[in-house]
Design a protein around this ligand. Sequence first.
Ligand SMILES: Nc1ncnc2c1ncn2[C@@H]1O[C@H](COP(=O)(O)OP(=O)(O)O)[C@@H](O)[C@H]1O
Ligand SMILES: [Mg+2]
Length: 323
Amino acid sequence: MFFSSPFKLKKKGIMGMNQRNSGYIGRYNPRRLYPLVDNKLKTKIIAREANVTTPALLGVISMQAEVEGVEQFITDTAGFVIKPAKGSGGKGILVITKIKNGRYYKPNGNEETLAEIKRHVTDILAGLFSLGGSADVAVVEGLIQFDSAFDGFSFEGVPDVRVIVFKGFPVMAMMRLSTAASDGKANLHQGAVGVGIDIATGKAVNAVQFDLPVERHPDTDKELKLLNVPKWERLIYLAASCYEMSGMGYLGTDMVLDRDLGPMLLELNARPGLAIQIANGTGILPRLKLIESLTNADQMTVEERVAFCKKHFAETPLVEIAS
Ligand SMILES: Nc1ncnc2c1ncn2[C@@H]1O[C@H](COP(=O)(O)OP(=O)(O)O)[C@@H](O)[C@H]1O
Ligand SMILES: [Mg+2]
């Protein structure tokens, strides 16, 4: 059996909510830096300065009077995404994957009219999807064309890779695959599948949907253990460099793999969820403790931190267990 029981998980050093909040987030994430990661537009700006690639920024709408002008940002694109700068959990993200004869289509094939798109932007500005319900701005981004290595692994949406980066060390990773339930977004609470990924190799180790083990993608029937993320080294290198860029000690980085542009950063999270441990079938605490025990962590380069994690946090990929 590939999957661990909750009892086993506990024994393996699972971290709970209180411990995450007081022992890690509270301790390692300076409050004054939160605005940088809680706002996707600000994150894009610091990422550009740090030479960390992000999806193309097509436009920003910050006032109601600009809503009518949204068309200029989206007409000549091969697809786009409109999202609240201060959103989270996939809320308020509109994904348009096809534009034909001036008409817009969502990943499930349903049309979204220009009037509906404008209404969506208005809702974003009003803060309908944003942290604390405060007024927000709408960010228009180019559509990521995902790598063909993920064909069949994700249903109608771009999969992303969540990497937990602790003091600049990429300690644990999970790929999130969208499903019919998650509507073109790869957020677990929306019904995406979470696949634990071996830090050393980029290969699948375990998979869950709604916190329960799964072996196949619910919509495509693809065997999840075959998942193998290409350009893995580059991806975790970029994730690890988000530490210098943001100054946050305990960080969830959402990475995506574009067919042409390779790994890039989608967004940062200062309060990353704990389900990544269930997806990996193992707790994160022993890894965090090991990093905390290092006396020279602050002197290590990004390359050295990546090498350290590949060496110490290797897991046994499913394909090897099975064969
Ligand atoms: N530019 C994009 N192209 C394609 N899909 C995207 C894009 N931006 C976001 N998505 C989809 O929406 C999901 C959530 O996006 P993200 O920017 O991480 O916002 P949130 O803070 O709500 O998680 C991603 O995992 C991805 O599946
Ligand atoms: Mg996200």
